[in-house]
Design a protein around this ligand. Sequence first.
Ligand code: PEP
Ligand code: MG
Length: 313
Amino acid sequence: ALRRRTASWTGPGRTRDGHPVAVLANVQDGAGARAAAAGSAAEGVGLFRTELAFLDRDSEPSVEEQARIYREVFDAFAGRKVVVRTLDAGSDKPLRFAGPADEPNPALGVRGYRIAAQDPGILDRQLDAIALAARGSTASVLVMAPMIATVAEAAEFAAAARARQLVPGVMVEVPAAALLADRMLEHVDFLSLGTNDLTQYTMAADRLSAALAPLSDPWQPAVLALVARTAADGARAGKAVGVCGEAAADPLLACVLAGFGVTSLSMAATAVAATGSALSEVDLDRCRRAAEAALGAADPRTARERAAHILAG
Ligand code: PEP
Ligand code: MG
């Protein structure tokens, strides 16, 4: 049944029987946000990768300059939701002005929120800039921290965001965060599963290694198990749990994620129509059955085949 009305899909995201699953865009700057707003039916921005806006900088942009860049994205999605991720510097996204220059094992090093622990000024100034840009904007602005591994980090980030009237969430990209999602949710308003890194850290397989591609697959049942328990914890807490990794851009997997109970899917703008369309063609109950079948598979290929079979039926 999948893949029929792709081109004409206009949103909002929902299953055939009307269960809402917000379909959002991943962006990295004002130009990309304007293109996503004009060229897709995205309901908002589920992941604004702020570090990508600064990859070419030698020094940290001032609060005012950061605010101007953030405001461009908010203006492109006026009246809609925009989730701003604080700097996820390090590893595959190195910044010259944040984080250590040289580490033997950068994916397991001082990256993402861990930089804030060593240099709180960078995070404080970025949150100030986001709050400044949000003031007077009609976008509904939320902030989230990447690479959270402990409940204490989530609590600390939530306090810093709330002090600036910003709605806090954290990314679930480290298995430790998924295992304690219920306790993370005592501090933050939402969670967002970063399935690229969650897969990397669950499978202990470098996301950039072609040789390890079969392990770096979000259909790995171990990854699905962490997604399922995180979504269930969100449902129990009555809080949103989204997915903003590449998994959301795979229409079949998007239906499986909806079946686990995730409340939003955020992806490259070019994938929005295919995902939205796929969701609109299946009932939630079928998504749940596909999710259950995928979870019980022994390997990613079987998981995908089982889900495809149920979703097509
Ligand atoms: C992820 O890890 O899934 C994610 C969305 O973040 P990034 O790809 O920017 O690391
Ligand atoms: Mg990530």
